[in-house]
Design a protein around this ligand. Structure first.
Ligand SMILES: C[S@@+](CC[C@H](N)C(=O)[O-])C[C@H]1O[C@@H](n2cnc3c(N)ncnc32)[C@H](O)[C@@H]1O
Length: 198
C-alpha cells in the first residue's frame, strides 16, 4: 500500500472512531490549534460545509454562546444547537444577500473549504477552485469584523500568488500552510489570514 493511501485510511478510520463526518475535521483542528483561530463565543461562517466535519470542530470550540453558519450546495442535517446550515451556491448572484440575511451579525472567523467536482485536469480544477475562493473573498468585507480571521482552502497553481497578494492587502498576516492531515500529493494548501484590516 502506498504511503499516501495509508495516511488517508488512517485519518478516515480516526474520523470514524471519533465521530467526525469527514477527515477534513483534522485539517481544521490542526490549523485552529496552530493559529489560535477560535475563542469561545465566536461567530463563524463555514463555506463548503458538507458533510460537516468543520461544523463539528467549530461547534465544540465556540461553545453555547457562539454560533456557526454553514453554507453548501448540498443540504446538511446536523443536530448541534449552535449550528445553522443553509443550501447555497456561492456563485449565484444573490449569494451575498442571502448570507447577510442568514448571519445578521459581523463574524469573527470565515472558513472556506470549497472544492469543485474534480475533473483531473490540474489547470482546470485549479481555475474553478480559485473562482469559488474569489467569491468568498469578495464577501469578506461585508461579513467579517475588523481584526477577524479567515481560512481558505486553495488548489495550488498559477493564481495562488495572485490570491495571496490580494489577501495580504486585506489582512495583517497571511500564511500558506499544508496541515499534516492533507495528503502530500493533493494540490490543496490552506491560506490562513489573521487580523482583517477592515
Ligand atoms: C471538501 S468539501 C468540504 C468538507 C467540509 N469542510 C467538511 O469538513 O466536511 C467541499 C464542499 O464544497 C462544496 N461546494 C462546491 N461548489 C460549491 C458552490 N458553488 N457553492 C457552495 N458549495 C460548494 C461541495 O458541495 C463540498 O461539500
Amino acid at each position: 500500500m502506498k504511503l499516501s493511501q495509508a495516511k488517508r485510511d488512517y485519518y478516515r478510520k480516526k474520523a470514524k472512531k471519533e465521530g467526525y463526518r469527514s477527515r477534513a475535521a483534522f485539517k481544521l483542528s490542526e490549523l485552529v490549534n496552530k493559529y489560535q483561530l477560535i475563542q469561545e463565543g465566536d461567530y463563524v461562517v463555514d463555506f463548503g460545509c458538507a458533510p460537516g466535519g468543520w461544523l463539528q470542530v467549530t461547534s465544540k470550540l465556540v461553545g453555547a454562546e457562539g454560533r456557526v453558519f454553514g453554507f453548501d450546495l448540498k443540504k446538511v442535517d446536523i443536530n448541534l444547537s449552535n449550528v445553522y446550515t443553509y443550501v447555497l451556491d456561492v456563485t449565484s448572484p444573490d449569494a451575498l444577500n442571502f448570507v447577510k440575511k442568514s448571519v445578521v451579525y459581523e463574524v469573527d472567523l470565515i472558513l472556506s473549504d470549497l472544492a469543485p467536482n474534480i475533473v483531473g485536469v490540474w489547470e482546470l480544477d485549479h481555475a474553478r477552485q480559485i473562482d469559488l475562493t474569489l467569491r468568498v473573498i469578495d464577501m469578506v468585507p461585508h461579513l467579517l469584523r475588523p481584526g477577524g480571521n479567515c481560512v481558505f482552502k486553495i488548489f495550488q497553481g498559477r493564481y495562488l500568488e495572485l490570491v495571496r497578494d490580494r489577501l495580504k492587502e486585506m489582512f495583517e498576516k497571511v500564511f500558506v500552510t499544508k496541515p499534516s492531515a492533507s495528503r502530500k500529493e493533493s494540490s490543496e494548501v490552506y491560506v490562513v489570514c489573521l487580523s482583517f484590516l477592515g
